[in-house]
Design a protein around this ligand. Sequence first.
Ligand code: SF4
Length: 245
Amino acid sequence: MIRDGDRVAVALSGGKDSLTLLEALLMLQKRAPVDFSVCAFTVEQGKFKRPIDPLGEYLKQRGIDWTCYRDGPSFRLLEEQPTHGCDLCSRFRRRAVYEIARGLRANVIAFGHTADDFCESFLRNAMFTGRVSALPAITYSRAKEFRLIRPLVFVGENITSRFAESLGAPIIPCACSERTGTVRKSIRSLFSDIEKDYPHLKESLLSAMGNLEPERLLDTRYLDLDGSGSKSTSEVEPLLPILSD
Ligand code: SF4
């Protein structure tokens, strides 16, 4: 994910996951066999529950290079369409993220999505959009201007919660996190119900994402329809466990 000479900009959301990611990358920077720099930024879209300044203070004390960007178009969107959905909000944020990363001269943008986010996204897409897909752990922005990475793909939120708490850093939640009746909330509660009896559910889901059997699904692009056996097969990679305690 990270290569020699990279400048990695960490997208700090104000939550425990991206803060964990930032600290993990700073630790990695000291011992990695490749040389890379790390900076952090936050997009203020008017969604934070509390002022973000304490986070800035914390980062300053830690000597972390942080940029907080108040995104005017997102504030206007909030005024004009206060009940706008996540799709629109994410589109506005993506534009702002690229603008900031460009200003920071970063070539890599790191996001704090965790194993839980990957599993939720996998289920949400299958159940509500009719696609078998999740989040890409590594991908590129259009025109390959930025490499987009999600290094916490195998890290569970039980770890990020405890790690962030141990830092004593201010966590600034997003007001949306309290919304009820959302698909995300429903999927979270579905997971927590099933996990009472099957605690390794998410490990299994993550393994499934790296172990496709397309010939047993319904996408005709991957079916051996004429019996010629011409579909491609490849070795299955060993399973990677979710890091959890
Ligand atoms: S949860 Fe709130 S901040 Fe997050 S994408 Fe949706 S509208 Fe935007």
